[in-house]
Write a protein that binds this ligand. Structure first.
Ligand code: HEC
Length: 389
């Protein structure tokens, strides 16, 4: 009891740290990407590639970008790396506290054939293997052929989503793919971008030449991270939207949304350098509408013709929900009502009918992992009740 209570605090602290570090990291990354796009390129100055004025927070700022490096190494020189590392470390810890610690409930699919330890292992291996494949691609000639490069990555991500959908529950599949791409982003910072910058600094100190490839290597990885950002952010918040992930083809929806978000990022990057491509907006909108249409709930005709009474509903909820969603839960894992959501009284049930409909009728997310073996007939009764209300 005490242990679970303290874990709740741990989870909350980690999530807050993760979100704060993530905002600092992605914020800086967006800002520098924006700088690159908006820089006034100058031709007539030897050392300077471009400059830019900005006004923010009640003051004017002026900034210059060097073509190579300044004559002497400036002090202090600011680096941007801890934001990325802290995001990843807190993310992995959070993944452990929420998904690994209770793998049979949170990670694995309810009909999964593997044990918790294999589930955790396959989750960690997925992150490692995805990085190895991506890194190999980046080091090959394919990195210069962007459509093939993107194509291969897309296939790898799709295949992973498909395979994990056989092992993990739908929500965990999204988290897993998000963690895999997020890991690649941080590994890019740690293994490539920061080492490239260290070489730049060394070249500046010794006034030696830097090869064009070196700078390009850092730039490419940083650009990839820019495209990965929106899909990762989406997957981190998707857990609150079962409509998206809980259908039979949740993994396919994931791929469609990754596609949409990469296109949106691409549109804004083109726009940033004055090359707006309106056909891309049309494609994005069409894909979004197609997705909304495809995911719309099917209006099943119910077997129950007669009215379902509130006391029948209460009996179902008592059997299948109140073990967890109660002022005093009896479940061995959840000692306080998850999400503060309680269904003890008829009033609470009536007030929560939309949520009940979302989680237990339109989707089968609740009861969690169908721990209480709720039947389709019972879900159907809830449907009739909510739709008649
Ligand atoms: C085994 C425990 C368990 C049972 C049984 C259970 N739930 Fe849940 N429920 C949870 C957990 C855990 C969460 C929080 C999920 C998360 O972290 O996003 C949750 C979240 C919810 C939420 C989302 C609340 C919010 O605002 O985010 C709703 C709605 C819900 N459950 C409804 C139900 C209904 C209806 C039933 C019965 C048909 C039910 N649950 C049975 C564990 C359970």
């Amino acid at each position: 009891m005490m242990k679970l209570y303290l874990i709740d605090w741990l989870s909350l602290s980690l999530k807050l740290l993760h979100v704060i570090a993530g905002i600092a990291w992605i914020g800086a990354s967006f800002y520098f990407n924006w700088l690159e796009n908006k820089l006034n390129r100058v031709k007539n100055r030897d050392e300077i590639a471009g400059h830019l004025w900005a006004v923010h927070g009640g003051g004017f700022y002026y900034l210059e970008k060097y073509k190579k490096y300044p004559q002497a190494l400036p002090e202090p020189l600011h680096w941007f790396k801890w934001e990325a590392y802290v995001t990843w470390i807190s993310g992995i810890l959070l993944l452990s506290v929420i998904y690994y610690f209770n793998a049979s409930t949170y990670l694995l699919a309810s009909d999964s054939s593997i044990s918790s330890s294999y589930g955790i292992l396959s989750s960690l291996l997925g992150m490692l293997i995805f990085w190895l494949i991506y890194d190999l691609l980046c080091k090959s000639q394919l990195v210069n052929k962007s459509s093939i490069f993107i194509g291969i990555l897309f296939v790898v991500i799709s295949l992973s989503a498909y395979l994990y959908s056989h092992l993990f529950n739908p929500r965990a599949v999204y988290m897993q793919i998000g963690a895999m791409i997020g890991t690649v982003m941080v590994a890019n910072v740690f293994f490539v971008i920061i080492p490239v910058q260290k070489k730049l600094v060394a070249a500046c100190e010794n006034s030696t030449e830097v090869s064009k490839e070196l700078g390009l290597m850092g730039y490419t990885r940083s650009r990839h991270n820019n495209y990965f950002t929106l899909p990762v952010l989406f997957m981190m918040i998707s857990g609150h939207y079962p409509t998206i992930y809980s259908g039979d083809y949740g993994w396919l929806v994931l791929i469609a949304i990754v596609g949409i978000l990469v296109m949106i990022r691409h549109y804004f990057n083109l726009r940033g350098v004055g090359k707006e491509k309106n056909s891309l907006i049309v494609l994005i909108l069409l894909t979004i509408f197609a997705l909304i249409y495809a995911l719309a709930p099917i209006q099943n005709k119910s077997e129950y013709q007669e009215k379902v009474t509130i006391s029948e509903v209460k009996a179902i909820v008592d059997t299948h929900c109140v073990g967890c969603h109660s002022k005093n839960p009896t479940d061995e894992v959840f000692v306080v009502a998850p999400a503060g959501f309680m269904l003890n009284t008829e009033e609470q049930i009536i007030a929560s009918k939309t949520q009940i409909y979302q989680q237990a009728v339109l989707t089968n997310i609740m009861p969690l992992g169908n721990k209480t073996n709720m039947t389709e007939a019972e879900r159907d009764k809830l449907r009739v009740w909510v739709e008649a209300e």
